[in-house]
Design a protein around this ligand. Structure first.
Ligand SMILES: C[S@@+](CC[C@H](N)C(=O)[O-])C[C@H]1O[C@@H](n2cnc3c(N)ncnc32)[C@H](O)[C@@H]1O
Length: 393
């Protein structure tokens, strides 16, 4: 392994187990290193700090594999990491009537730059860094041996730097992939299109929020904004909802939402699907609901455009707050990395103060068990969600 010396004043985050090392933290990086090259991080006195892989000469130069000095990066390394990842999910996720989850969550599973989503018997892999992409064969072999999937599909977005557009790679890597995969989540069924669906096909990160929502939906009239393929909708019907309105700009997603409702044995005559921009719908919508879900895409994609994104969050949350009945529930989410949990809460405080209602927090969520994040790794956190209850004044 290539030794890389970390500057004395920069070893703090590495000792604190932060998994990224920036180029400025390194004394010197020899020329000719290829992305993926295993490296040994040492301090200025030569003391071992961590192992990692070299990724680029700028920004995040090294991503850390681990803290065992003699750990070799070979086929067994990937099998060990994937076995450990699988065992966490088997223990805490599969026992909930669930066969689909994030199997590998990058840094949270000590495999930085790699994401693997499991959909029933199939896997979708995403290589996010050039360095991890270099190990693709070993990763695929390890996944086959440890998980034994019927097929593996790739939907990579490989970043060279944070500012550049990623290189996209997609296609079947192993076996045959059905057009739609039937998955089970908390005992409910969904069809997932891993080829054309958004992200890797399904928003696995909302599983626990969907489950939490179910208990608020007995006899409820529900508005599911940014509904995608009806995740929250199916849980609402399972909880006894009287009606659900799905709103999304994607016609394909809305179509699949109807299929998902049928798949679970629920009627679709009390399901309305509206293909529309939620912001447009809210311009002149006055129907009242017992429960509303707001799960928009990241409105703040870039720190420089934060103000615009904040305006969007404020607008949809104010409108949703106004459309709730007394005692109604608002599930409001943000997956913008640039909007922290506290800041999101303050935004909701500001918005709520402009309405005629009082709101209290019933539940707060971030990511679920299958999206683990190392303790110091704030960069790995993006999702936050509040369940608010409304009281009309
Ligand atoms: C984060 S996903 C929602 C996931 C969903 N809650 C679930 O549990 O599967 C966001 C959805 O918003 C839709 N979308 C994006 N912009 C929109 C807009 N302005 N109005 C309505 N839908 C929009 C996307 O098509 C996508 O389906």
């Amino acid at each position: 392994m290539v030794p890389l010396v970390v500057k004395k004043e920069k070893i703090g985050p590495i000792v604190g187990r932060h998994p990224w090392v920036f180029s400025k933290a390194l004394v010197y990086v020899p020329e000719g290193l290829k992305p993926g090259e295993p490296v040994r991080l040492i301090d200025e006195r030569g003391k071992f700090l961590a192992t990692g892989y070299f990724n680029s000469y700028s920004q995040i130069s090294v991503r850390i594999w681990g803290y065992e000095e003699d750990e070799r990066i070979d086929a067994d390394f990937f099998k060990r990491r994937i076995r450990a990842a699988l065992s966490l999910r088997r223990r805490y996720v599969e026992n909930t009537g669930t066969d689909s989850y994030r199997l590998v969550n990058g840094e949270g599973d000590s495999l930085p730059g790699l994401v693997v989503d499991k959909y029933a018997d199939y896997l979708v892999v995403q290589f996010h860094t050039k360095g991890m992409d270099r190990w693709r064969e070993k990763v695929i072999d390890a996944l086959q041996e440890v998980v034994r999937p019927k097929g593996i599909y790739e939907r990579s977005e490989i970043y060279t730097s944070q500012d550049e557009k990623p290189e996209e790679k997609s296609g079947v890597l192993v076996g045959k992939i059905p057009d739609l995969i039937k998955i089970k989540e908390n005992g409910l069924y969904f069809l997932v299109d891993v080829r054309r669906g958004q992200k890797t096909g399904f928003f696995l990160d909302q599983r626990d929020k969907r489950m939490a929502f179910k208990k608020y939906t007995k006899d409820a009239h529900v508005l599911n904004c940014f509904s995608y393929t009806g995740g929250f909708t199916v849980y609402a019907f399972a909880g006894g909802a009287k009606s659900v309105v799905n709103v999304d700009t994607s016609a394909d997603a809305l179509e699949l939402s109807k299929e998902n409702v049928k798949l679970n044995g629920f009627r679709t005559d009390n399901l309305e699907t509206i293909k529309m921009d939620v912001k447009k719908l809210f311009k002149d919508h006055s129907r009242q609901y017992d429960a509303i879900v707001l799960d928009p895409p990241a409105f703040i994609k870039d720190r420089k455009k934060k103000e615009r994104g904040l305006t969007g969050y404020k607008y949809i949350n104010r409108k949703a707050m106004e459309l709730l009945v007394n005692g109604g529930i608002l599930v409001t989410c943000s997956c913008s990395y640039h909007l922290g949990l506290e800041e999101f809460r303050h935004l909701l405080v500001e918005v709520a103060s402009g309405t005629k209602s009082l709101f209290r927090i019933l539940e707060t969520y971030t990511h679920g068990i299958d999206h683990p994040v190392p303790l110091p790794f704030m960069e790995g956190e993006y999702l936050k969600c509040f369940f608010l209850q409304c009281f009309k004044r």
